[in-house]
Design a protein around this ligand. Sequence first.
Ligand code: V0V
Ligand code: CO
Length: 146
Amino acid sequence: MLTRIDHIGIACFDLDKTVEFYRATYGFEVFHSEVNEEQGVREAMLKINETSDGGASYLQLLEPTREDSAVGKWLAKNGEGVHHIAFGTADVDADSADIRGKGVRVLYDEPRIGSMGSRITFLHPKDCHGVLTELVTSAPVESPEH
Ligand code: V0V
Ligand code: CO
């Protein structure tokens, strides 16, 4: 079951400048940043709010690490802007299978690694009324060491 907006992915040319815009304009701080070489992105997660399912909603600012990546190609064609929306679920495997059964193309056979150790997959935008849609299961919260 999809229970929250996990994040909105925003493509940008310059991650540091874009992070600074969100900080100066809205007061949002970087919660986490990383490079995901498989996806070809350098990203910053800005936490907006906690959600009632125990997760949270973020803005995900994305700068491509290479021109032939998904975000690199999209930026070259469209310029900066909203690239994808991501729904959070406790079980990305079950929800992917369910949605695939409805005739929507799920891009990966097995979920891949996303931000902060999450497991992610994508639905083809042409099957989703023009919206690239991601499904996310967050990594389990590590319990404190005793
Ligand atoms: C492409 N299209 C889009 C789109 N990207 N439509 C809406 N939103 C987007 N973001 C349209 C495009 O305009 C074309 O329509 C058509 O789809 C085919 O696009 P293309 O330019 O030929 O590109 P493809 O087919 O090579 O690749 C498109 C897909 C690719 C969606 C298959 O971007 C992909 O695999 N995306 C999933 C991975 C990803 O986006 N990773 C970056 C975020 P017309 O012109 O034919 O009408 S990584 C992330 O979110 C992480 C790590 C995380 O959350 O943790
Ligand atoms: Co994303």
